[in-house]
Ligand binder design. Structure first.
Ligand code: TRP
Length: 362
């Protein structure tokens, strides 16, 4: 069986370093591993509209930022098909049929949706579109017969929901048209959830604690030098804590032994540096300067590619347009199999009219 990846992002802003360690970097690795027959990365604008329906301009502008972020981190249109969800109307059609295979109470139990409803104060009036987005996400995944869905932990309930719908579809219509997807989650804790520069649990636009992939070198410098460390580490000589210290969490996520050779040769690796910090005698500013070098080494090539891409936005949209064309034909194929399995493909199955005739012929 072919190995197919589908994943995506809601376009609600620029992507940040949390996205980078949590998903983008991995996507580029998967893309370059050569292990997958097809790779689809979708900009989920229709899903983003389910809780931003009053602000389509924000979604529209974010699509441009997200695709610039994709291309600048190294997603390659020759290997990864990038497309816009709302351009593929087949997805909406699939959703309408899948909607029959899931109950309201099952949707109410989805822990991610529950948490999001609370977060958005939707408790008293949940938009139906938002409430049913896990069904639409099942269409995103199954339309491409994805076997593998790289996502964060918070998305596991969506994949479970998709698997249930796939099983229900295949048993109800006695077929094996749909493929049960598997989630692929980040390899470790730091990658799953990079804290914000303020040390809070998550890097998030609404908390204003993000380092964006598109931040300038000056912006990154200001953010790193202002980062949360260990409030008890006041004098350089004080013993310090590395747990819960955002600078060290970021070093866990980004630094390599090579970085020590390049920027901080007095330690051979992060463990040695942490030991020194714990003992006392290693100042925050020195740690931050090292981190800044580490981050800049990672972001510099991304920034340079982005600057080039920004000069030709119509070229960038051409990439998306071609991606949409490919995605549309894949989704159309699946939709026609789905309709055939349900036997609602009235005009492309010759036997259908003959069967109907037979009902009226004694
Ligand atoms: N819900 C995902 C998120 O918020 C985005 C998304 C939409 C997605 N459709 C998808 C992810 C299909 C994986 C597969 O990040």
């Amino acid at each position: 069986m072919s190995k197919i990846i589908l994943t995506g992002d809601r376009p609600t802003g620029r992507l940040h370093m949390g996205h980078y360690v949590g998903s983008l970097k991995r996507r580029v690795e998967l893309q370059n591993s050569g292990e997958f027959d097809k790779i689809f990365v979708m900009i989920a604008d229709a899903q983003a509209l389910t809780d931003n329906f009053d602000n389509p301009a924000k979604i529209r502008d974010s699509i441009t930022n997200v695709v610039l972020d994709y291309l600048s981190v190294g997603l390659d249109p020759a290997k990864t098909n990038m497309f816009i969800q709302s351009e593929i109307s087949e997805l909406t059609e699939l959703t309408f049929y899948y909607m029959n295979l899931v109950t309201v109470s099952r949707l109410e139990r989805n822990p991610t949706v529950k948490a999001e409803i609370q977060l958005r104060n939707f408790e008293t009036s949940i938009p139906a579109g938002f409430f049913t987005y896990p069904v639409s996400q099942t269409s995103d995944i199954t339309a491409f017969k994805a076997t593998t869905v790289p996502v964060g932990e918070d998305q596991l309930p969506m994949i479970e929901q998709a698997r249930e719908i796939v099983r229900k579809f295949n048993t109800t219509y006695d077929c094996d048209v749909l493929v049960e997807p598997e989630a692929l989650v980040p390899k470790n804790q730091v990658c799953s959830r990079l804290p914000g520069t303020d040390g809070k649990a998550k890097m998030s636009k609404s908390l204003g604690n993000c380092i964006y992939l598109s931040d300038s070198a000056d912006e990154v410098r200001a953010k790193v030098m202002d980062m949360y460390t260990d409030p008890e580490h006041i004098q350089v000589s004080d013993p310090g804590h590395v747990e819960g210290n955002a600078v060290f969490t970021y070093l866990d996520a980004f630094s390599t032994e090579e970085d020590f050779g390049l920027f901080l040769p007095e330690y051979t690796n992060l463990d040695e540096m942490k030991d020194h910090y714990r003992r006392g005698g290693l100042g925050d500013v020195k740690c931050k300067k090292f981190l800044l070098n580490v981050i800049n080494k990672e972001l510099e090539p991304i920034r340079a590619r982005r600057a080039e891409l920004e000069k030709d936005i119509s070229g960038v949209y051409e990439v998306l347009k071609q991606g949409c064309d490919v995605a549309r034909s894949e989704a159309a194929q699946t939709l026609s199999e789905v309709k055939a399995a349900m036997r609602i493909n009235y005009f492309d199955d010759d036997t259908m009219v003959r069967e109907q005739q037979a009902r009226f012929t004694k």
